[in-house]
Design a protein around this ligand. Structure first.
Ligand code: HEC
Ligand code: HEC
Ligand code: HEC
Ligand code: HEC
Ligand code: HEC
Ligand code: HEC
Ligand code: HEC
Length: 384
């Protein structure tokens, strides 16, 4: 898991006065230039609904799709995909942190959060030095919100600090950000966040946005959230054709070669494919792999033996939030194949009408993430 990179070096705590956060604050882009924040503020302040298309390369923005695909537009607006990236200064984010505090423990200290005209920031209780600015918020808050700041690093160029404190929906609490080892921080900045560089930093933005690349402490070409065009590709040509003729030629957007595999590749790009997992984990399949649905599904007899008939969208409308789907709808997806009338499929000797998910796709709680995941390796579990 890339977010869990471990610092293996014996770390030394260097408290150079020049690195105190007072200096750091001005080092961050947020303080140097308002420009990148303002363009992003357009997106998050009024939520995705008023998102202004600002990316070239054939992208038009999700609001343009609304005209002809209102239903998918409205559904997507309620999905976590549509809310998974914002500015930390956005009220919806800042209100969950500002005025609160939380003790991370030694050698970090107690974090205190504050929102002022410069945005959201954090300081360490009892230390009078300046505060550390918090720029971006990842996660819709359906379960959690984690904060991220970009900064200049003498050696590595641009780096991202993933703040050590996150907000969790369960019990509306602040707590430790998951996947961060309790090591001695190497610098003052690392007291506030775990440092990410290069690919890991870029991927963190990639999975939570439609477009955007980190260049010199800014996110260039930012369109927040996982929107229509992240999955379907740039829509300009499709929209042009749809407006020019009554029936646009099929697949002027997206691909006509859409199959089970390409769909698992699409969702797995972010929900993780086997390539993101170590070989040992793949072999042993520990419970924590339940978090990575494509990995489990690929092992399921349902997938292997149905020869392309089973894909993510057999059970999930990709536009509709899962919190909106009832258990009986899920059971109905199983019964589409496993029904006594269809002799081509085996049926369950225990139940052919209900309870399939609890027995064959049990949920594992991930306490540190404040949520749980259903094991997509669909099978008979020994305890059943
Ligand atoms: C660009 C990355 C990306 C792609 C591609 C992607 N997802 Fe997601 N998905 C996410 C992120 C990030 C979240 C967490 C959203 C949040 O903050 O709540 C998520 C959350 C979800 C959720 C739970 C949240 C909800 O409201 O239901 C479901 C279900 C889901 N994705 C299904 C899919 C399916 C099915 C596909 C393929 C058709 C897919 N995703 C493709 C990134 C992606
Ligand atoms: C490979 C793609 C990928 C990368 C890289 C990634 N995420 Fe995510 N993130 C997801 C997906 C998919 C989900 C939804 C389910 C899950 O937790 O696996 C998610 C969920 C989350 C959530 C919980 C949202 C909610 O309310 O349910 C937070 C917070 C989050 N990510 C923060 C981060 C941060 C911070 C980074 C970078 C340091 C990061 N993610 C990197 C794909 C990614
Ligand atoms: C997470 C990826 C993802 C996102 C985000 C997404 N779609 Fe889709 N969409 C899909 C997939 C996969 C299919 C194919 C589903 C199927 O075959 O059942 C699809 C099918 C469609 C279709 C054709 C079938 C139908 O449901 O009418 C339309 C139109 C469409 N999407 C429009 C949109 C619009 C508009 C948005 C944004 C508001 C959007 N999509 C966002 C993945 C996505
Ligand atoms: C001016 C109307 C119009 C606009 C705007 C529009 N579409 Fe479509 N779209 C259509 C029509 C008409 C079809 C074909 C019939 C259908 O599937 O609804 C279609 C079909 C699709 C399909 C199914 C695959 C295909 O090409 O047959 C997808 C996916 C899709 N649109 C996505 C989008 C996305 C994403 C946007 C926004 C970037 C968008 N559309 C904007 C009219 C439009
Ligand atoms: C697209 C069709 C399809 C769907 C949908 C489907 N399955 Fe299956 N499933 C299969 C096939 C094919 C097999 C292999 C045996 C057979 O031929 O029936 C199988 C096998 C199984 C097995 C035996 C696994 C093993 O390792 O021996 C279980 C348990 C199972 N399915 C449960 C479910 C449940 C629960 C759901 C809903 C969450 C579901 N299936 C949805 C097609 C499907
Ligand atoms: C056979 C049906 C089935 C298929 C196929 C399937 N899912 Fe699911 N998925 C479910 C069920 C059932 C749940 C649990 C729903 C609930 O919350 O009660 C779920 C939950 C999820 C969640 C929410 C987090 C969790 O694990 O509980 C995500 C994200 C998700 N699926 C992604 C995917 C992706 C990506 C694919 C394709 C690789 C996929 N699913 C294929 C049935 C399926
Ligand atoms: C209370 C737990 C439970 C529930 C509920 C349940 N199953 Fe099962 N299922 C089992 C067990 C245990 C077995 C293995 C039985 C055996 O091998 O004698 C099994 C076996 C199966 C098999 C494989 C049968 C074979 O011949 O190998 C399929 C397919 C299946 N279940 C599908 C389903 C579906 C679909 C549902 C929902 C309609 C469902 N199950 C509900 C516990 C359950």
């Amino acid at each position: 898991m890339k977010r869990g990179l471990v610092f293996l070096l014996p770390l030394v705590f260097i408290a150079l006065p020049a690195l105190r956060y007072g200096v750091l604050r001005t080092e961050l882009v947020a303080q140097e230039s308002k420009a990148p924040l303002e363009s992003a503020a357009v997106i998050s302040a009024v939520d995705v609904k008023a998102q202004v298309p600002q990316v070239k390369g054939g992208y038009v923005g999700r609001d343009v799709c609304r005209e002809c695909h209102a239903e998918n537009y409205d559904l997507h607006g309620m999905h976590g995909h549509a809310h998974t990236f914002a500015l930390a200064s956005d009220d919806k984010v800042a209100s969950k942190f500002a005025g609160r505090d939380f003790d991370y423990g030694d050698p970090y200290g107690r974090y205190e959060y504050e929102q002022d005209e410069d945005g959201l920031s954090v300081r360490i209780s009892g230390e009078s030095e300046g505060s550390f600015p918090l720029q971006y918020a990842l996660g819709s808050g359906h379960h959690a919100i984690t904060l991220l700041s970009l900064a200049k690093d003498a050696e590595k160029g641009t780096v991202a600090y993933e703040h050590r404190g996150s907000w969790f929906r369960d019990r509306d609490r602040l707590g430790r950000t998951p996947g961060q080892p309790l090591t001695v921080p190497e610098s003052e900045s690392e007291r506030f966040g775990m440092k990410h560089v290069g690919n890991v930093m870029q991927k963190c933005i990639y999975c939570h946005t439609t477009t955007g690349t980190v260049v010199e402490q800014k996110i260039v070409g930012l369109t927040a959230n996982v929107n229509c065009e992240k999955c379907h590709g740039p829509g300009a040509e499709h929209v042009r054709q749809a407006k020019a003729m009554k029936e646009p030629p099929p697949f002027s957007v997206g691909s006509d070669k859409w199959d089970s595999e390409s769909e698992i590749q699409l969702c797995g790009d972010c929900h993780r494919l086997p390539e993101a997992i170590t070989l040992k984990e793949l072999r042993e399949y520990p419970d924590k792999l339940a978090r990575f649905q494509p990995v489990g599904l690929l092992r399921s007899q349902c997938f292997i033996e149905s020869k392309g008939a089973l894909r993510c969208t057999t059970c999930h409308n990709p536009h509709r939030t899962i919190s909106d789907v009832s258990e009986s709808e899920h059971t109905a997806s199983c019964i589409k194949c496993h029904q006594p009338q269809k002799s081509s499929h085996i049926t369950c000797p225990v139940s052919t009408t209900e309870g399939c998910i609890k027995c064959h796709m049990p949920k594992y709680d991930f306490e540190s993430l404040g949520t749980g995941f259903h094991d997509h390796w669909i099978r008979v579990h020994p305890e059943d």
